[in-house]
Design a protein around this ligand. Sequence first.
Ligand SMILES: Nc1ncnc2c1ncn2[C@@H]1O[C@H](COP(=O)(O)OP(=O)(O)O)[C@@H](O)[C@H]1O
Ligand SMILES: O=P(O)(O)OC[C@H](O)CO
Length: 497
Amino acid sequence: MENSYIISLDQGTTSSRALLVDKNGQIIQIEQEEFEQIYPKSGWVEHNPKQILESQLRVCHKLIESTKVDVKNISAIGITNQRETTIVWDADTGEPIYNAIVWQDKRTSEYCEVLKEKGFTKYIRENTGLVVDSYFSGTKIKWILDNVEGSKEKAQQGKLRFGTVDSWLIWNLTNGEQHVTDYTNASRTLLYNINTLSWDAKLLEELQIPRNMLPEVKPSSSIFGEYEIKGVKIPIASVLGDQQAALFGQACLKKGEAKNTYGTGCFLLMNTGKKPQYSNNGLLTTIAWGLEGKVTYALEGSIFIAGAAVQWLRDEMRLIESAKETQQIAEDLEGENPVYVVPAFAGLGAPYWDMYSKGAIFGLTRDTGSRHIIKATLDSLAYQTRDILDAMQADAGFNLKRLKVDGGAAANNYLMQFQSNLLNKEVVRPKSIESTALGAAYMAGITVGIWTQEDVLESKNVDQVFEPTFTKKQRKKMYKGWKKAVKRTMNWDNNKK
Ligand SMILES: Nc1ncnc2c1ncn2[C@@H]1O[C@H](COP(=O)(O)OP(=O)(O)O)[C@@H](O)[C@H]1O
Ligand SMILES: O=P(O)(O)OC[C@H](O)CO
């Protein structure tokens, strides 16, 4: 145990990362590689599964080379991943039969309407904890089977495998020996019963998905297989969806504790303890993790576009050269900003769940410049978070004292201060905003006996606490403007209404 390390593989929406974590929970080194985002049609988002795998393997091996770590000292690998993204591959050849359909993809919206019309809303909510939305894997699997020639027959014959990104990686890391996933990833498929912890026969039947395509589901803290590096077999000792991993990495181990991760999207999760709590306000009920024989549940508010809106400013609008510069631009723009950006580029997630909403900019006048739009785009991350937090507090029946934050855009001081002002709460940022990767590492460390849950609780170092400074009047006025703007984007793209 003297020189014990964990490798955390963090397969995100825009990049694959590998982190080396030492036995004190310190990050020694991070390697990262971006990969291609494929947009074949409006509202469609795909990844090449081979690029996901190859970039993930490259950063893993680069990490070992750059740190010169002795692989014999790597005690375990933890995997955390973008959730819901759907891959179907041939069991014999291991070849994907279609690109990965990404969580943001909206192509199955119409079929979701059919599910709603057939009366599945209540059933899905009570059994999977989810809402009927194209976000989740189930309808994406159905789309692949309906649209890739010959796939339905192959699936019936047991010749196809489905996996979220974790399953795809593990299948390949173990040379096709293991077809597995964990509770957290399964709970995002629309096919998994979170009460009985089993695949749901009624939903499989409705979506015409053969049971034999689906992976075995294990607790997040388990041995999922072994990955051999330089002749050393390293156990894969944790798997968690990235948002659940961040909840664990932020040490939200007690009921009522919450974190918000500002990445491509924004995901606010609250630990709700050992029983699923259902929302009356458009939030999801999901599995937080399975650990030491127990299942912990969470309430989740999912925002589809957060940091991605900042990428849009950079790549499509070309108003900035880097995400980082938005902080200074927003801080320099004094006074009230009458502009609102609603980044509903992939519809609206919680609490609105409107697949037909489209993005819009409101409040333009003759003197509006790029600075106003940039600032309003950052503000939109905070407004969307306020929407979720209001819903969560209503469901929980109590008010949170503080919000723990992490993810790439949590580095932005302007945004964090505005967030605190808008929530009228402390916003607490840890020294390392790599909570996702750390969560998977901690969980793997617990599985192989390097750490305990108490060690995780003691691991948190605060970088900065942002304190609210707005008056009640200011807060109310600004939030009212946001609600008005959101309302006007809703149902925009629905031809039926
Ligand atoms: N300083 C910053 N200010 C605002 N947004 C930022 C900043 N740094 C990164 N981002 C945004 O955060 C996202 C990257 O965060 P990350 O946690 O790595 O995302 P993911 O895991 O979803 O790929 C990008 O969408 C980027 O635009
Ligand atoms: O890759 P991220 O960090 O944007 O997370 C994606 C989420 O898991 C989607 O549900």
